[in-house]
Design a protein around this ligand. Structure first.
Ligand SMILES: [Zn+2]
Length: 140
C-alpha cells in the first residue's frame, strides 16, 4: 500500500473581472441566506449538510464552514478569495492553458494515505469549489 495523490485541478481566468467579482458577491450572499435560513451548514470536505450547532462534520470530522450572516461579511469573504487568485501557495502548481492564453490551469494537492491534504492551496481550492464562489468567479 502506498500514498495516493489527492488534489483539485481547476481552470479559471488569468485575471478576474470586476463583473465576475460582483456576480460572485451576489450569488454567494444568496447562498448564505439560503443556508442560514434552512438552519443547516454544508461540510466543505464531504459536502454533507449538517445541522446548526454542530462544530464538526458528523461524517468526516472536519470543522464546518461558517456561512456569513451579513452581506458585508459575505462580500469580504468573496474579496479575500478573489484577491488570492491566482494562488501562490507552496502546494500549488499552475500554468497558462496552452489552448487559451486567457485561462490558467491550477492544481493543489499532496500525497495522502486517506486524510485530506493540509496545504493552504488545497484548502483554498476546496473552499472556492464548495462555497460556489469559484463557479461564480468563472473558476471551475
Ligand atoms: Zn464532512
Amino acid at each position: 500500500m502506498g500514498a495516493d495523490m489527492m488534489g483539485y485541478l481547476v481552470k479559471g481566468p488569468a485575471k478576474l473581472s470586476k463583473v465576475a467579482i460582483a456576480r460572485a458577491k451576489k450569488e454567494y450572499w444568496a447562498l448564505c441566506q439560503e443556508m442560514n435560513k434552512e438552519g443547516q451548514r454544508k461540510c466543505l470536505n464531504c459536502e454533507r449538510l449538517v445541522g446548526l450547532g454542530e462544530e464538526r462534520c458528523e461524517t468526516c470530522g472536519d470543522p464546518l464552514h461558517e456561512w456569513p450572516r451579513t452581506k458585508a461579511e459575505a462580500d469580504t469573504e468573496v474579496n479575500n478569495m478573489a484577491a488570492d487568485w491566482l494562488p501562490s501557495y507552496r502546494d500549488v502548481a499552475c500554468r497558462s492553458d496552452p489552448d487559451d492564453p486567457e485561462q490558467f490551469l491550477v492544481f493543489a494537492g499532496d500525497m495522502s494515505y486517506g486524510d485530506a491534504p493540509e496545504g493552504a492551496g488545497y484548502k483554498y481550492l476546496q473552499e472556492l469549489l464548495t462555497t460556489g464562489i469559484g463557479k461564480a468567479l468563472g473558476i471551475r
